[in-house]
Design a protein around this ligand. Sequence first.
Ligand code: SAM
Ligand code: SF4
Length: 336
Amino acid sequence: MKFPTLYDNHNRPINYVRLAVTDRCNLRCFYCMPENGIKYLPKSALLSYEEMERMLRILAQMGVSKVRITGGEPFVRRDLVPFMQRISQIEGINQIHLTTNGVFTGDYLPQLQSIGIASVNLSLDTLDQQRFKEITRRDDFGKVMQTLEGLLRYNIPTKINAVIMAGKNTQDIIPLTELTRHTPVSVRFIEEMPFNGEGAREESDSVDFWSFRRILAELQTHYPQIYKIPDGKHSTSYNYAIPHHQGTVGIIAAFSRTFCGTCNRIRVTAQGTLKTCLYDDGVLDLKKLMREGASDEEVSQALLYAFRHRPKDGFEAEANRLNHSPVSESMSTIGG
Ligand code: SAM
Ligand code: SF4
């Protein structure tokens, strides 16, 4: 069954939720998390799977049809696959996507295929084992590559997400793009956002920042025949193809925030906070609402209110933050 589409106060449809199932992670990508000292939430502060299912049921009835499971690292939470199986049965939810670092994912590919996973975004910032270790502070490159091979073997639509960072992995732009030559993957380069749970950083203002324009210039230098292809309706990436390559290339201007005008997504953090923009500091405490005994109708009304008061873009959302400070929390708690 298809439920009617819901529109926000800027006439953007709301049909996509990104759900962080945990704030924990087995890696420590330096752009995302500090090496030590990240304060994980106690288990009781996280939404239970039952609460997540209830919330998704309510959202589905409001018109949300697409769910992305993210985190933290989703596979760090026990019983993830049975949960995904259950939500695949929710009426109205017709696409389930996953964002993962790929370290544990390889063990679950048959199950992901059998629930009809729509796509997997695999985070992979480099094809060099040593650089992988420096970036993630863990030595799991081999496992991630096995997962990538497995995803292709199982014909699961796959995107590779690579955050591009000055002095760290800019030399990987071309080797990662080369993956598109013989495989049908979409490789997306992401501007680094200057927050990793340790406070906002300044790099993005520096001349060395790798903006989407600079990444594109690098690609154009190596592939003069690269050409623009249409972007999906609510795509956050600018997409390109290279003649004779099976896959495609995308660039996500996560820091420049050029995609806000068509943004159709909302986020729910692992502790059950609704975010209607990546850059806001949470607009509704869904966990509190549900634990205080709100009915489905009351939850739905509160969600509706939040959707009708959505900021126009990430700059407005950031300006509206309670203490007016820029985003500093980790994407692992935001739900990247
Ligand atoms: N652990 C999973 C993974 O890494 O794919 C899912 C969660 S992770 C927070 C989701 C995405 O956020 C990853 O692709 C990661 O590269 C991206 N991310 C995290 N911190 C970022 C930052 N400071 N700038 C840009 N992207 C970031
Ligand atoms: Fe973990 Fe993903 Fe953050 Fe890396 S980007 S530390 S894999 S949550």
